[in-house]
Design a protein around this ligand. Sequence first.
Ligand SMILES: Nc1nc2c(ncn2[C@@H]2O[C@H](COP(=O)(O)OP(=O)(O)OP(=O)(O)O)[C@@H](O)[C@H]2O)c(=O)[nH]1
Ligand SMILES: [Mg+2]
Length: 216
Amino acid sequence: MAKQAPESDLQRLHVEFLTSAPSRRECPPEGEPEIAVAGRSNAGKSSVLNRLTGSRRTAKVSKTPGRTQLLNFFSVRGGGRIVDLPGYGYAKSNLAAQRQWQASVNDYLSNRDALAGLVLVMDIRHPLQSLDEELLAWSGASDIPTLVLLNKADKLKRGAQAKQMAIVKKRCGADLLCFSASTGQGNDEAIAWLQPILTSGVDATSPYGEVDDLDE
Ligand SMILES: Nc1nc2c(ncn2[C@@H]2O[C@H](COP(=O)(O)OP(=O)(O)OP(=O)(O)O)[C@@H](O)[C@H]2O)c(=O)[nH]1
Ligand SMILES: [Mg+2]
């Protein structure tokens, strides 16, 4: 079992909650690059976000799948946004809930110009379920930089983790990390992956960029 990394040794992203949106229409105006956190319900998306931000209170975590039902936007200090998406494919979901996910998340992923990266969270014990594969195929075809996090790595011994990594690596071209929201395994590597994308909208040559409707 992996040991708990001392909290103070881990890097963290400083974020502020921006807003929740039930659909793309209610999303905040596009601006900075956004990295969406997607994956099956209960894979640990919200827990991953809490780990990356070093706070248990950033996003609501639940044992009951389907906890996150809105697109939750967080503004990252230093540039960029992270969007915690509702999960897909939870066992108890009814068709209406599945459709709702498809409508709001598919619309966001397909039409949000600010989308600059995707973090796809899977339970390391059950990777590459059919909707994961669909999302990977879509992100590959759309050229969206994608990081797959094999989360809950603390549930497996190192050897079993390596085996799961090898299986997923063979079948997907995305970047890949073993991760544990519980222990912090993979945290710093994930942040190193996110940072350049989050700050890619910061234009060093112009202090104004193309933004013309700033309030301040
Ligand atoms: N052991 C272990 N449990 C985890 C880890 N990450 C998440 N969990 C647990 O998995 C459950 C689901 O976590 P959430 O973060 O709410 O999952 P989610 O993907 O955001 O779920 P939805 O919002 O329903 O889509 C909770 O009971 C978490 O405590 C991890 O790295 N290790
Ligand atoms: Mg969640």
